[in-house]
Design a binder for this molecule. Structure first.
Ligand code: ADP
Length: 523
């Protein structure tokens, strides 16, 4: 490869790779940014879930306070109260502290003999918070607070107005676990569905109170944590069911990187193919220019000879008839050489452009080969060649253009003659292999090195190393013509050769099966 080609390719690679590398880095940074954005959006979504669980809890207690307030205003309607506690099994007792600080047990059994004095001390302890609740109430907001109950239970405190528009305090003693299980859990299940897992954890004991997952234990890390508004020691933990957001982000980054690596690989492969095709084009251009100078030289030499001999003959200087005849013979031979070369070029151009019309017929390779040998016998003998022909018995017919196949065969025999040196022996064999019949031309010339065996079928290609290259004239079109002819017959051509041991060219043609063959399964 020339230095110039190397430079072009290096420039091309840099030109292509530079933007790709920049784009890759940019994409990588972008992916991270996108992941962060997705992460933020996801976290915000989880925060909404936390708020939604809290508002749901607020709704429940709000309903309780509304119903209790109604009962307070119409105490004779005891059904209202009964219905409420029946529907909410987590309610253990309900106490009432009237505006005048008198206490009563609204529902349930008194868990303590000195219940009212205990309620009194609670009222005193949370007097500030209760004042705040009252202010909220007066401004139209029904708020509540939770305080530790008389035993382990939790008390919900809220304000309710009686018929005299006095503000009273309700104490609803609830079994918190039952409240979460009965009231909150169905809501959590419906939010979590199959994607999320939502847990309520008691942070003082780290006990999992409820979870949207059956038989779960607390997770080590949640994607989002939030407190319950009324129960500050209870945390809401949310995570993705089968993976964390970090896992998901990592997976996406890995996928992105894999995709980019694939793109880079494709680009590298593309550059490599481009490299090969540019190299090939440059090689072809070189071969073409060599062909032109070669052919010009080949044409000029016989032309010069022909005109020189004609001039000499015209001058009448040649005295003997033998000499005159010899000159005519040389003129004829050189004209033939010229015609052969021009024909070859035209023939190839027709084949390559697809203008060649084939006259397909049912033929037998043995007969075609025999005819070619009959015509060539004299020429071969003249050149001192010993030609052996080994025709196969009962060769199956093929569909072919006789002239074209004979042409291909002549090209191979011509090459065998041209390139053979000391051992002037050619063996021609026909035979059958799988669904093909073949004809083979074997010589004992210099052979073709493995590396060049594919290239010799390329148009204009000639081996330029070794003494034969300069000694033997040619166009580099013979084997390309053979290849085109075989291709047009849906056949194939193979070359087996080792340097110094000659060449064996084999032309395969598909057998033309008759209906009889097919019905006899005789294939
Ligand atoms: P040409 O013979 O006109 O150069 P071909 O296409 O027939 O072109 O052959 C291409 C090249 O293959 C030749 O230049 C020659 O180097 C090599 N070649 C073809 N046939 C033979 C052979 N029988 N023995 C050795 N080399 C051969």
């Amino acid at each position: 490869m020339t230095k110039k080609l190397q430079k072009i390719l290096a420039g091309m690679t840099v030109l292509l790779l530079f933007p790709v590398v920049i784009a890759t880095i940019y994409e990588y940074v972008k992916i991270n940014e996108n992941e962060e954005l997705i992460s933020t959006v996801y976290k915000e979504q989880l925060e909404t879930i936390v708020s939604s669980i809290n508002s749901y809890t607020l709704d429940i207690s709000d309903t309780w306070s509304t119903r209790l307030e109604l009962w307070l205003k119409y105490p004779t309607d005891s059904n209202r109260l009964k219905k409420m506690v029946a529907e909410n099994q987590s309610i253990k007792e309900i106490y009432l502290a009237k505006a005048n600080k008198t206490y009563s047990l609204v529902y349930g059994r008194s868990p303590h003999p000195d219940l009212f004095s205990k309620l009194d001390s609670i009222l005193n302890k949370y007097s500030k918070e209760i004042e705040q609740l009252k202010t909220y109430y007066q401004n139209g907001y029904r708020k509540l607070i939770s305080v530790p109950g008389l035993d382990d239970e939790t008390l919900l405190l809220f304000i309710a107005e009686d018929r005299d528009e006095k503000l009273n305090v309700f104490f609803v003693n609830i079994d918190l676990l039952a409240f979460f299980r009965n009231q909150v859990s169905p809501r959590i299940q419906s939010i979590a569905q199959e994607h999320f897992r939502i847990d309520l954890v008691d942070t003082t004991t780290n006990i999992l109170l409820i979870s949207s997952e059956p038989n779960a234990s607390p997770m080590e890390q949640y994607d989002q944590k939030g407190s319950m508004w009324f129960f500050p020691t209870i945390k809401i933990g949310i995570g993705l069911k089968n993976q964390s957001i970090a896992d998901m982000a990592n997976r996406r980054i890995r996928e992105g990187l894999r995709l980019m690596a694939l793109v880079l690989l494709v680009i590298f492969i593309g550059i490599w193919f481009l490299f090969l095709s540019v190299k090939r084009e440059i090689e072809l251009a070189r071969i073409k220019s060599e062909f032109i100078s070669n052919v010009s030289h080949e044409i000029r030499t016989p032309l010069a000879l022909i005109s020189m001999y004609i001039e000499t003959l015209e001058m009448g200087r040649i005295k003997t008839i033998e000499k005159v005849n010899e000159y005519y013979r040389i003129i004829g031979k050189e004209t033939q050489r010229l015609t052969g070369m021009v024909n070859k070029i035209l023939n190839f151009s027709r084949l390559e452009s697809g203008r060649q019309k084939f006259d397909f017929d049912t033929c037998n390779l043995n007969i075609i080969t025999q005819k070619v040998l009959d015509t060539y016998q004299f020429h071969l003998k003249n050149k001192g060649f010993d030609v052996k022909y080994f025709p196969a018995d009962r060769l199956k017919p093929i569909r072919c253009d006789r002239e074209a196949i004979a042409d291909a065969l002549i090209n191979l025999i011509d090459n065998a003659i041209k390139y053979s040196r000391d051992i002037k022996k050619i063996e021609i064999t026909t035979g059958t292999r799988k669904n093909y019949t073949f004809v083979e031309v074997k010589d004992h010339g210099p052979g073709i090195p493995k590396k060049k065996q594919k290239l010799v079928f390329d148009k204009f290609y000639r081996i330029t190393t070794g003494h034969l290259a300069h000694e033997v004239k040619g166009t580099g079109l013979g084997l390309a013509i053979v290849n085109e002819i075989v291709k047009a017959h849906k056949g194939k051509v193979t070359l087996t050769s080792k340097p110094g041991e000659g060449c064996t060219f084999r032309l395969y043609f598909p057998i033309l099966f008759t209906d009889k063959d097919l019905s006899n399964n005789n294939i």
